[in-house]
Design a binder for this molecule. Sequence first.
Ligand code: B1M
Length: 216
Amino acid sequence: LPLDERLRRRIVDGERNGLEADLDAAMAEGRSPLSIINDLLLDGMRVVGELFGSGQMQLPFVLQSAEVMKTAVAYLEPHMEKADDGGKGRIVLATVKGDVHDIGKNLVDIILSNNGYEVVNIGIKQPISAILDAAEQHRADAIGMSGLLVKSTVVMKENLAEMAERGVAQRWPVLLGGAALTRAYVEDDLRAAFPGQVHYARDAFEGLSLMDRVMT
Ligand code: B1M
């Protein structure tokens, strides 16, 4: 297979052997680490999602694909250009309660960290109390919540309600992202019920431009 196709297949097949050599070869051909992630690896992940969703792939294989994805991203990260050194602001990032998906969240972490933000990434399955504690403790400028399950969109709504109830809705702008969310849900439904700022980020780059916006 040609290199690009081989890298896509590695994610779909969960094939880790020889991964680093292929990533090196792709970079040597002039592809940027971000293009490898966005144009090749995430393409493979989309296929995994489709196969899983239609019952053609079982969960342990999805897990293997996710592991290869994570290994690849970790390998590419040091090769990314770092634009800035963390002085632009600080964000607490978490995957919401009940949700283990963290590949997207960790990509957001990488993109923000490489573009001037300090990211306090507190991990997966985080209840709103832990998110708010971290935001408080680290004197964060913003909060980012990720979630991929449909039920996580409900959890996000509850989290915003909890923030409003605690009187901290205006304290931190909130960024939301994840495959089950839609722009309309965030910008129409959630925004209408939340007395603070809440934004939808379709991908990590929109997350970055939103941070640039809320920090100015
Ligand atoms: Co899960 N899973 N999974 N899974 N999984 C989905 C989400 C699913 C859509 C698959 C499907 O059915 N087609 C489905 C959800 C269905 C639903 O809710 N209606 C699903 C399911 C059902 C499940 C389980 C329930 C399966 C089970 O146990 N029976 C279980 C959930 C357990 C739980 O959370 N409690 C489960 C488990 C897993 C694995 C552990 C095997 C693995 C995750 C490994 C890991 O993350 N460490 C996994 C995977 C890999 C997937 C799919 C295939 C791929 C997700 C992914 O990493 N995509 C996924 C299919 C899909 O999403 N269509 C699926 C790549 C990633 C880069 O994209 O996270 O969307 P994403 O991030 C994007 C944007 O959304 C955005 O930026 C990123 C790109 O730039 N973004 C943000 C995300 N967060 C952001 C935050 C921001 C800004 C932007 O600011 C704060």
